[in-house]
Design a protein around this ligand. Structure first.
Ligand code: UDP
Ligand code: MG
Length: 312
């Protein structure tokens, strides 16, 4: 029988894990025609997440856990899961049941019957989310798709079922700063999109503050587009043209009207503006440089403290 690996990144999720497990059990029974393994990746949780995973794994041989040495972030946890999943198919799922396991049979059918390489999900509504967050999220996807050649879908979740070939392609991408939503698009293959209404968390709190999301979006832009680097060139050219124009204006004015000393306030404004633009552009440059610096170190994406994965 074929095997589906379910990868579940968990960070301080002691309340959600038992609920998730119950829900998953129903699905595994329903999908009796295929085997399951659940890989819980404990992303350096500070609560009882690991001990709960261990306890579950004692009663069910289909449960694996990997505990990372500290909190590496969801992206790293996903990578750890992908590297250790043995399944012919792999599905990524949040533990908070925001990714409804009940969609799984349908997703699997698309891959088996219609020959898709991956089935991804997107939420059509952002119900239950602060409006300001939805607003910025929408802007982000708009800008992102304009400046990047990789297709990044608005509202896309990480909830996705993939074939082994797709997973191996994802594992080939060994970059340290991982922006999965972009990486999925980058590898290509045939993807089917399923849509569903947003569901709220069953338990616990979201791990994303507004600030964290903002940094994450900058990460996404830097990882998938070099257009911001062009900003310095374009604004530089604009200011050069403006300067030339003003030189001509001032020369002509001096010849015609003489040379009254005036215009200090406007001078200060112009200096501040140009100074600001310059710093901004240097900042963008610095962002790319910092990412390059981190990549070049070649540090591992995650470190494992303990697990129950059998290795040959
Ligand atoms: N998560 C993780 N490491 C982190 C933050 C989150 O493994 O540093 C996991 C978390 O346990 C959950 C999933 O990633 O299973 C999604 O997190 P969350 O529900 O907070 O994000 P949201 O659904 O609000 O986007
Ligand atoms: Mg969630």
């Amino acid at each position: 029988m074929e095997l589906i690996s379910v990868i579940v990144p968990c960070y301080n999720e002691e309340e959600a894990i038992p609920l998730f497990y119950e829900e998953m059990k129903k699905i595994t029974v329903k999908m009796g025609y295929v085997n399951f393994e659940i890989v819980f990746v404990d992303d350096g949780s500070k609560d009882r997440t690991l001990s709960i995973c261990k306890r579950l794994s004692e009663g069910d041989s289909g449960i694996k856990y990997i505990s990372l040495s500290r909190n590496f972030g969801k992206e790293a946890a996903i990578y750890a899961g992908l590297q250790n999943a043995k399944g012919d198919y792999v599905v990524l799922m949040d533990v908070d049941l925001q990714d409804p396991p009940s969609l799984l049979p349908e997703m699997f059918r698309y891959i088996k019957k219609e020959g898709y390489d991956s089935v991804a999900t997107r939420r059509v509504s952002r119900k239950g989310e602060p409006p300001i967050r939805s607003f910025f999220a929408r802007r982000f996807y708009k800008i992102m798709n304009r400046i990047s050649t990789t297709d990044i879908v608005d509202g896309a979740r990480d909830y996705r079922l993939m074939t082994r070939q797709f997973v191996n392609a994802m594992l080939e991408l060994k970059e340290y700063h991982r922006f999965s939503k972009g990486l999925f698009g980058w590898v290509g293959y045939k993807t089917k999109w399923l849509e569903y209404e947003n569901v709220n968390r069953v338990a616990g709190e979201t791990k994303w503050s507004f600030w964290k999301l903002l940094l994450y979006s900058i990460e996404g832009i830097v990882a998938f587009s070099t257009v911001p680097l062009m900003l310095a060139v374009v604004t530089g050219m604009f200011f050069c043209c403006a300067a030339l124009f003003f030189v001509v204006v001032i020369v002509v004015r001096t010849i015609i009207f003489g040379d009254p000393v005036a215009g200090w306030p406007s001078m200060i404004c112009i200096m501040l503006l140009i100074g600001g633009v310059q710093l901004f552009c240097v900042g963008i440059l610095g962002e790319y440089l910092a990412k390059t610096y981190m990549e070049i170190k070649g540090r591992p994406i995650y470190l494992v403290k303990e697990d129950n994965i059998q290795r040959e």
